[in-house]
Design a protein around this ligand. Structure first.
Ligand code: GRF
Length: 219
């Protein structure tokens, strides 16, 4: 089943580019209905335009609070026909206004193996900590910061002599694969979510797929 995506960005948009490339190549059964940026100068807007995808700029500063900003996002996403929202380098915390409009259908890509190194500049956090292995995580978004149920992860080594940019580039290559993979599972209806018992996390099952990149799917 084709999935209708709304992609939220704030910057460069390389993950958006990976999604659009996969759609164009026929390896991801999705339509990108709209790309929304909170920043008018985001490079990803050009990537969207070049692919013929409608773009909307909604500056967060034009809204008095997060909830009203999110309400504007929801209106634009609904108008475009999006049923699944991808946070692809979207540097704003989202509120229940967005999450409740797309239950279990807001997806984030984060450049660490969560729950390690949530929040900003996870790559620098991993280096500063002295981690030997880090990676990236695709997860469903909940009300916390990078705390939602995990869909997929990929491990990436930290190499001797890495600086922040070298490590970020190695992780980014994996992000592009992992995000497309996880969106494909959603498009194929392979993701089952069971609400957690009181105080517990929801349980995510992905039918027939390995949820860590580089590990073979069970047969
Ligand atoms: C990526 O590292 C992503 O994991 C993080 O922000 C960065 C966005 O990069 N959330 P891009 O805009 O997709 O190139």
């Amino acid at each position: 089943m084709t999935i209708d995506l709304g992609v939220l960005i704030s910057g460069r948009g390389s993950n958006l580019g990976a999604i659009l490339d996969a759609v164009a190549a026929g390896s991801l059964d999705a339509r990108v209905r709209v790309v929304i940026s909170n920043k008018a100068g985001a490079g990803g807007l050009e990537i969207a335009r070049a692919a013929g995808v409608p773009t909307v700029v909604i500056p967060h500063g034009a809204h008095p609070d997060r909830a009203s900003f999110d309400a504007a996002l929801v209106a634009a996403l609904r108008e475009a026909g999006a049923t699944c929202v991808v946070l692809a380098g979207f540097m704003r915390l989202v509120t229940p206004v967005l999450l409740d409009a797309f239950p279990y259908r807001v997806v984030n890509i984060h450049p660490s193996l969560l729950p390690a190194f949530p929040g900003v500049d996870a790559q620098a956090q991993a280096l500063a900590y002295g981690a030997r292995i880090t990676g990236c995580t695709v997860h469903l978004v909940d009300a916390g910061t990078d705390t939602g149920p995990v869909l997929a992860q990929a491990a990436v080594p930290v190499l001797e002599g890495d600086d922040r940019d070298a490590l970020a580039a190695r992780i980014l290559a994996r992000e592009h694969e992992l995000l497309v993979l996880a969106l494909g599972w959603l498009a194929q209806g392979l993701v089952e979510i069971e609400a957690g018992a009181a105080g517990k996390r929801p349980i995510v099952r992905v039918r027939g797929a390995a949820t860590a990149l580089g590990i073979e799917a069970p047969r």
